[in-house]
Design a protein around this ligand. Structure first.
Ligand SMILES: *[C@@H]1O[C@H](CO)[C@@H](O)[C@H](O)[C@H]1NC(C)=O
Ligand SMILES: *[C@@H]1O[C@H](CO)[C@@H](O)[C@H](O)[C@H]1NC(C)=O
Ligand SMILES: *[C@@H]1O[C@H](CO)[C@@H](O)[C@H](O)[C@H]1NC(C)=O
Ligand SMILES: *[C@@H]1O[C@H](CO)[C@@H](O)[C@H](O)[C@H]1NC(C)=O
Length: 653
């Protein structure tokens, strides 16, 4: 091909593109209008390829080409499949096909890589039409040219299905309808024209026997089959991957198709605005595929009333309107890959059995779903960005109650929010009842506070804990101070044999009996009495502690009076404290008068415990026994003297 020819072709190409755009806008609605088409958007690079494969230049060698020039892919009595049909060998092909008269056994014919002009193609079709062939497929028809009117004889055919894929028309100007009407008027049950950049198809001239029409992947628009009432037997219509835009126009297209059951409109440019005119669908329509379009919530105002299966995945639906018309027969609804924020209720879909809402934006699915949809057998709700919170607990509980109705549980049900739970399966997500029930939480908090208050009150009132705490702190501080000032004194701190604690009311006995008896004689016992050995400038508590600290033993004169004196009790506490901190056996209890246990106040638990556990020295009423008492006491105080055998005061009980 010369440069000149190429530029001529380019010139036509531009003209053609202009014409195409023009007609697309203006004249497609006017049937039988004359307009032009070429393979849409014929790219310049491609034209080179086409030229190389022109029949004239075809030189490739094939083994089975000897007689016919074509390639035999399959040759059995029932089916024949040939490739590389050109204008050169088409006459021979027609001659071959005309041998298969009706009644012969050949049923299936497939032609691939067909590169012939319009007239030759029509001759092939016409011959096939009057042969025994029932299923005819023709793929990759390139270089289709010289399209003009052809008087096709449709009579007496055995054909059941014709499948045409990948037709490339190289004509620049031709009557569009001449091409379409040939196919529209075919009196067969099934017709497929796919991947052929077809921009229109005409309504058949008379009632058509088409049951199945498949126009997959073309460029068909809303003008298709408008007001066409001849497709009354059509049951299946596939318009996947075309350029239809208005849902209501699609509905009007179907309104005359009285047998239409299945319509596939997926992968178009469909949308529907609420303000649009009413829709009118074929009443027979039960299965409708509207997936991968641009539909929004308003689509629910334009649906066939008797629909059973509805596919709306990959659209832009945010919710299913509550006040929509009822779809009583709807059994299966696919809403995957939309923008739903919650599960739709079943208000309008009383028969719904299968619902798919995967890959939406559902954070917390409402838990009343299965109640409002009692007939649902399977719910696919996985791959949503679940927010694992208290509300979701209800949904998880629902899963357990539903008895396996959740499809894909548990693998595809995963928390997305909050971030620390991301990736956790819903199955493994648990929150306690307490965390989710505000009322319960409040009541629990209140109860805990009450218990705490009660415990604190008990400790304060009955056990005098604050006082003990204060005193312990004071004790510790004093010890630390003493240690800081004179660390070396720690060893030599003992100045007295014993410290005496007694009630003021027992002072008489202490002064007249105890002190004289202990301080006299050879032992020369040193006693620390806080009133006598009082250090000025120190608090009473400090004085008491001081006295206890500096004494080897602590003597307590127990009597009902002692029990009633708080100071005495505190002295006992300090002495006992020392007993434990220094681990020495330094307490000596003298029971001056018997103390009935009930008069010891409850908070003097230490004294009670000591009375119960420890042994004490009893002041004998009889004078004769007193000598032994003093001996025992002195023995207990004396650091040096060992306690005589069998005379341990501690064993009097
Ligand atoms: C198919 O095979 C038969 C014999 O098996 C042969 O006669 C016939 O020519 C073949 N057809 C083609 C188209 O090759
Ligand atoms: C002919 O084609 C049809 C449809 O493709 C197929 O169902 C049938 O099995 C084929 N028959 C033979 C004999 O290959
Ligand atoms: C279609 O046929 C042409 C030639 O007839 C060939 O160049 C091209 O590769 C074929 N395409 C396919 C997809 O087979
Ligand atoms: C169609 O043509 C292309 C390119 O020439 C080739 O690769 C392919 O195999 C052909 N198809 C058949 C079915 O022969």
């Amino acid at each position: 091909m010369t440069e000149n020819m190429r530029s001529l072709r380019n010139f036509f190409l531009y003209k053609c593109l202009f014409a195409l755009t023009f007609w697309n806008h203006v004249s497609l609605s006017v049937e039988n209008e004359l307009f032009t088409s070429v393979s849409n958007n014929f790219p310049e690079d491609d034209s080179d390829k086409k030229i190389k494969s022109l029949p004239l230049l075809y030189t490739k060698g094939h083994q089975s080409k000897a007689n016919f020039d074509w390639v035999v892919i399959q040759n059995t009595t029932e089916s024949l499949s040939l490739s590389e049909i050109t204008n050169d060998n088409v006459k021979k092909l027609v001659a071959l096909l005309s041998n298969f008269r009706r009644g012969s056994r050949l049923q299936n014919l497939t032609l691939t890589n067909v590169s012939v002009d319009w007239n030759a193609l029509m001759e092939i079709f016409q011959t096939v039409w009057h042969s025994s062939i029932e299923y005819f497929s023709i793929n990759n028809v390139t270089q289709l040219s010289d399209i003009k009117r052809y008087d096709f004889d449709y009579s007496g055919t055995a054909m059941k299905a014709l499948t045409i894929t990948k037709v490339l028309i190289t004509d620049l100007y031709f009557l569009q309808d001449v091409l379409y009407i040939i196919f529209a008027d075919m009196n067969i049950a099934a017709l497929t024209i796919a991947e052929s950049e077809m921009i229109h198809m005409m309504c058949p001239s008379s009632n058509s026997p088409f049951k199945y029409l498949n126009f997959l992947k073309n460029d068909l628009t809303d003008l298709l089959f408008q007001n066409c009432d001849k497709l009354i037997q059509l049951e299946t219509l596939i318009l996947q991957k075309n350029k239809l835009e208005h849902l209501h126009k699609v509905s009007f297209m179907t309104s005359h198709m009285k047998s239409l059951k299945y319509l596939d409109m997926s992968n178009n440019l469909l949308h529907h605005d609420a303000a649009d005119v009413q829709c009118q669908w074929a009443e027979s329509l039960t299965e409708l595929d509207l997936s991968s379009n641009q539909l929004m919530d308003a689509v629910f105002e334009c649906l066939p009333v008797n629909i059973k299966k509805l596919y709306l995945q990959n659209n832009q639906i945010t919710s299913v309107p509550k006040e929509m018309a009822e779809l009583k027969s709807l059994e299966e609804l696919n809403l995957a890959l939309n923008r739903l924020a919650d599960l739709p209720g079943c208000g309008g879909f009383t028969s719904l059995e299968f619902l798919n809402v995967e890959m939406n934006s559902i954070l917390t699915p409402s838990a009343d779903f299965f109640q409002s949809c009692p007939r649902v057998r399977e719910l696919q709700a996985g791959h949503n960005p679940f927010k694992c919170s208290c509300e979701l607990q209800d949904f998880i509980r629902l899963e357990r109650q539903s008895g396996g109705k959740l499809f894909g549980w548990p693998a595809v049900y995963v928390c997305e929010y909050p971030e620390d739970l991301q990736g956790t399966q819903l199955k493994d997500f648990h929150l306690s009842e307490l965390a989710c029930n505000t009322m319960l939480l409040l009541v629990t908090a209140l109860l805990l506070t009450l218990v705490l208050v009660a415990v604190v009150a008990f400790l304060c009132i009955y056990l005098d804990v604050p006082w003990y705490a204060r005193m312990t702190v004071q004790w510790t501080q004093m010890k630390r101070r003493a240690w800081h000032n004179h660390p070396e004194e720690q060893e030599t701190v003992l100045q007295f044999h014993a410290f005496i604690s007694y009630s003021e009311r027992d002072a008489l006995w202490v002064k007249n009996e105890l002190i004289p008896n202990l301080e006299k004689g050879e032992g020369c016992v040193q006693l620390c009495q806080h009133e006598r050995n009082f250090v000025p400038g120190k608090s009473i508590v400090e004085n008491i502690i001081n006295c206890i600290e500096k004494s080897y033993k602590s003597i307590f004169v127990l009597s009902p009076n002692f029990v009633q004196s708080e100071w005495c009790h505190y002295e006992l506490y300090f002495a006992h404290h020392k007993l434990f901190t220094e681990n020495s056996n330094s307490l000596i209890l003298i029971l001056l008068e018997p103390i009935p246990p009930y008069i010891i106040p409850a908070r003097y638990h230490k004294l009670k415990a000591l009375m119960a556990k420890r042994t004490y020295l009893e002041w004998p009423k009889e004078r004769s026994k007193r000598a032994l008492f003093w001996a025992n006491l002195r023995a207990a105080i004396s650091i040096n003297l060992p306690v005589p055998d069998g005379q341990r005061w501690g064993e009097i009980d």
